[in-house]
Design a binder for this molecule. Structure first.
Ligand code: PAF
Length: 284
């Protein structure tokens, strides 16, 4: 597995791979990898010839009071995991490499960045859209893989490549869960044992919403009400939002007439967990 440290070096490698006719798959990450990330590497390996994974904790997507300094990091472990998954190239740039002195250019996907998580994390999706654009320019992938767990991020990236005519196919892969249903996240490590024991309530509430929807309930208000009741059974949790929105525009819906994203953010102590489910998709 090759390790690339600078955007220029990465661009040179990508150019060589493209000239040699390889299709490049890209898995952007902030490291501290888990099975969810590895599922993206596997998806990339199935569909492309060479897989690049990036490891970069992007300062631009953390607010001033967020966990940038304590965000979990273990570069050697990440490399071992990527090597076992047969990732071909790791791109691990520095802050200076990605944000050279005097950096003044940012990317915004207006509208999509402001609701849901964007409401309490102003600037977060501007940071994500900016770094993903830079990473795409460095890695020059044909296809990029993102997890459905960050559903708003996936919607932002899909719109970004469409609006800016970026020639990268975006593949969004299913949420990978622990055996008790908790969606995998690098931040799960922050949970205390008692918080961890209650955290699967997010998934339970979403499964109940799916059961109600499958039973004919199409009112967003009724589904949200039931979700809130189930979340309330976890006394250590504090709900930030329960939202039912159009999957692509992220606009709130009142009736689930077309595929809708049911998205949650719940605090356990200082740890903010998100989870979601899409209702009304064909074949699900
Ligand atoms: O999903 C993440 O880990 C990050 O938001 C991403 C896409 C790597 C950008 O920093």
């Amino acid at each position: 597995m090759e390790i690339t440290r600078t955007p220029a070096e990465m661009q040179e490698t990508a150019g060589r791979l493209r000239r040699d006719g390889f299709r490049i798959g890209f898995v952007p990450t902030m490291g501290y990898l888990h099975e969810g990330h590895l599922s993206l590497v596997r998806a990339s390996k199935e569909r492309t010839d060479k897989t690049v994974a990036s490891i970069f904790v992007n300062p631009a997507q953390f607010g001033p009071n967020e966990d940038l300094d304590r965000y979990p990091r273990d570069f050697e472990r990440d490399l071992d995991m990527l090597a076992s998954a047969k990732c071909n190239i790791v791109f691990a740039p520095t802050n200076d490499g990605m944000y050279p002195e005097g950096n003044r250019t940012f990317v915004e996907v207006t509208g999509l960045q402001d609701g849901l998580c964007g409401r309490t994390r102003p600037g977060h999706f501007r940071g994500v859209a900016t770094v993903v654009t830079k990473l795409f320019n460095a890695v020059q992938p044909h296809v990029a893989f993102f997890g459905q767990k960050d559903a708003q991020q996936a919607a932002v990236i899909r719109r970004l490549v469409r609006d800016l005519l970026i020639p990268v196919d975006i593949v969004v892969c299913p949420i990978v869960r622990e055996s008790d249903g908790l969606a995998m996240s690098s931040r799960n490590i922050y949970l205390s044992p008692s918080e961890r024991a209650q955290a699967p309530v997010l998934n339970r509430s979403l499964l109940e919403a799916r059961a109600m929807f499958d039973g004919g309930e199409k009112s967003a208000g009724a589904l949200a009400h039931r979700i809130r009741d189930i979340l309330a059974t976890a006394d250590l949790g504090s709900v930030e939002y329960i939202e039912i929105v159009d999957r692509d525009s992220l606009e709130p819906v009142t009736e689930l007439a077309r595929p809708a994203l049911v998205a949650l953010a719940v605090y356990f102590g200082k740890t903010r967990l998100i989870d979601n489910i899409v209702l009304g998709e064909k074949g699900k």
